[in-house]
Design a protein around this ligand. Structure first.
Ligand code: MG
Ligand code: MG
Length: 271
């Protein structure tokens, strides 16, 4: 979840200011990030078990923080720019940044996107998943399948010698080829000691981005297709956090933290 900062991009173009360089990680640092990623995967495994009709998104937040604590990790979302919870929980037409609440109770047929970010020994792991609540419509099922598959299409391009834009193109091609839309206003990102590092990893092809950056061993990125069944536009609710599809169509979000290595992409947030 990274708000694309249009103002910053324009300023960059005007002043020709250099963007921040990506921070390459040493093998020792990647080993810590692997452990952080594994904790994120454990949180997701616990959430997957708990998700059912009748459970509130606050229940899920508490479960997540319990699992993090068990492994000496903390949420890197809590307090980030004032975000008031440990996970993001976004239901149906909500895309990202939904705030867990005891009043948001899951119903049969919902889909829920949960974004989990942890800090462990100074490093971040970041992964999002969309889950079905009970049995869901064929349309929702297809949205989830296309979004998840686009993530793996993108990860396959995350190899040394390719450029960031190859990852972006893979998402866009796959999603639009299936008649759905990739959101423009939120992007993937480099990740390490900070949740959001260079480069921005767009989910579509654009000239005014970090797309030309070469992928090199030691670079770690969060690749995160955010997909809507209708149009790509979004709006933010009055809580100033929850992002929803503008047309009310359903939204899905899948994300992994991926290290570029000499032997190809390594997904750090797998169980
Ligand atoms: Mg992310
Ligand atoms: Mg995330």
């Amino acid at each position: 979840m990274f708000k694309r900062t249009g103002a910053r991009l324009r300023r960059d173009e005007k002043t020709q200011q250099k963007r921040p360089d990506p921070v390459l990680k040493s093998p020792r640092e990647i080993q810590i990030m692997r452990e952080a990623g594994r904790i994120v995967a454990r949180v997701h495994a616990a959430l997957r078990e708990a998700i059912r009709p009748g459970v509130s998104t606050l229940d899920l937040d508490r479960l997540a923080v319990d699992v993090m604590a068990r492994y000496n990790a903390t949420s890197c979302f809590l307090g980030y720019r004032g975000f008031p919870a440990n996970i993001c929980a976004s239901i149906n037409s909500e895309l990202v940044h939904g705030i867990p609440s005891r009043d948001r109770v899951l119903k049969e047929g919902d889909i829920i996107s949960i974004d989990v970010g942890v800090r462990y020994r100074g490093f971040i792991g970041d992964s999002a998943w969309t889950y079905a609540v009970g049995s869901i419509s064929a349309e929702a099922q297809r949205l989830m399948q296309v979004t998840e598959a686009s993530l793996y299409e993108a990860i396959a391009q995350a190899k040394a010698g390719n450029r960031v834009i190859d990852v972006s193109r893979a998402v866009q091609r796959y999603v639009e080829g299936h008649g759905m839309s990739v959101v423009r206003e939120y992007t993937g990102h480099g990740v390490g000691r900070q949740m959001h590092e260079a480069p921005q990893v767009l989910n579509y092809v654009s000239d005014d981005s970090d797309g030309r950056l070469l992928l090199r061993p030691g670079l770690v990125v969060a690749i995160e297709p955010m997909v809507q069944a209708g149009t790509w536009q979004t709006r933010t609710l009055k809580d100033n956090w929850t992002v929803v599809s503008k047309d009310g169509s359903m939204a899905a979000h899948f994300e992994h933290t991926v290290a570029i290595t000499n032997s190809g992409p390594e997904i750090l947030t797998l169980p």
